[in-house]
Design a protein around this ligand. Sequence first.
Ligand code: PMP
Length: 307
Amino acid sequence: MSKVLPEFMVHNGKLTPYGEVVTHVMSPAVKYGLSVFEGLRGYWNAEEKQMYVFRLQEHTERLFQSMKLLRFDAPFSADEINDKTLELLRANKAEEAVHIRTIAYLDGMGEQDVRGPVSYSISALEKARNKNVSKGIRCQVSAWLRLSDLAMPPRIKCGGNYVNSRLARFQAKQDGYDEAILMNQNGHVAEGPGSCIFMVRHNKLVTPDLTSGILESITRDSVMELARDLGIPVVERTMDKTELYAAQELFLVGSAAEVVPVVNVDGIQVGSGNPGPVTTQLQQAYFNATTGAIASKRHWLTPVYQR
Ligand code: PMP
């Protein structure tokens, strides 16, 4: 696979040269942000010479959930998305960690009320682990609130939702932080612009529940399951802003981000100011699960190559 751009993408079911996947500027996708997408990772296991896609089926199911909510009439099936994802990785001869982006969007030149035509694309770009996973990041509680479920559904992944993420992230960076944490409309902690949040408090792992204005995150689900397997008590509940400062440990999770320690919020040190023991234990468990080192979690992995 090229270090710059891969040879192929999938466009409407066909392997297509990367630079040739185009859509018209008058499409509802461009005009109104009417796209839904997934971001997932493929992990290379050097020992087995195998590429594993992490929780492919769950990502595809969420893509269809997003399309359902936005009333997209998809002319393709979930099986097609799964199959084409694997076909793409094989065509690009992927042998490094990749980030896969699947986008379904309203193509053509219709207005806001059309249900189609729906096109889709899949890309897979090499993406190494972010260095933040070891050193941790400094966050700002954003003045921007997370989208309300009464206005736009934060639980799905549609392109337009990321205007909200962008505003919060730009503010945080401009103010000298690495990342934002958004509160919801009820005044409780929601999530990051592209990740969910966990804290360790009173020796329990706590994360905002699914009605807190968050994406129904697949990494969040994976981390909770790994924690339970390790005997760590897990609680899903509303979280207050000041708990971010009072937490023993804090971290963000997402398919791209993986498990990122948060060592400071609004200039206030979290715990010891270094990645904490529960965070690093769960981080390691997550890395192990993604490459097949945890036998009971191998059903999360879809192999790309026939060996
Ligand atoms: N929240 C938001 C807003 C996100 O964009 C993401 C990244 N997809 C997440 C949470 C984490 O979701 P997942 O674990 O499914 O990648």
